[in-house]
Design a binder for this molecule. Sequence first.
Ligand code: 5GP
Length: 211
Amino acid sequence: MNEQGILIVISGFSGAGKGTLMKSLLAKYDNYALSISATTRRPRLGEMEGREYFFKTREEFEQMIASDELIEYASYVENYYGTPKGYVKDKLKQGKDVILEIEIQGALKVKEKYPDALLLFVTPPNAAELKKRLTDRGTEDCKDIECRMLRAVEEAEGIEKYDFLVVNDKLEDCVHNLHEIIQSAHFQVFRNMEFTKNIKRELKDFSKGEK
Ligand code: 5GP
């Protein structure tokens, strides 16, 4: 079956729990590689350079854009976020399923460049829960929470462009569902064209031999 990993894009409103989901998915299954993005936003308490993000100045980020080092980038609540190319390409070649946890503008750019990418959208069960999660997280001030809630309204308009919708109500169920969806994608016929070509040829050879 297919040996190249799948490029997976996971988006969802800020506060939907994507970070926790990714940690749990990676801890439970070993075939995933999570791409680490570059950003101009300041590190939150507890975030480490090269673990959550590569933290850049605007000048450094613009230099990365100019030298074509990013698969995609987007502007989100006044900061740049982008996906460096090298890691993603290496891991896909090694057969890992590579996850990009990115917002919608970037997700759609990835789909344009890589039509085989699998796009998943994660959402909390309802809007009140989203507001609660953003507030409980305590990492953003009120203005930023309002910005993120407004951004969620815009992002919701793009949900239909994704391949799958996953509700993050209970963490364990959501992780299980994400994993099942990704594993099923490995069996999609278009991802297995080499196998298909080979079995067709073998069958023809057999039928010729039996004549
Ligand atoms: P946060 O500031 O909460 O870490 O991230 C804000 C938003 O930026 C989230 O929706 C996150 O998925 C998105 N994001 C993180 N990295 C990237 C990236 O490399 N590219 C794009 N387009 N979005 C990203």
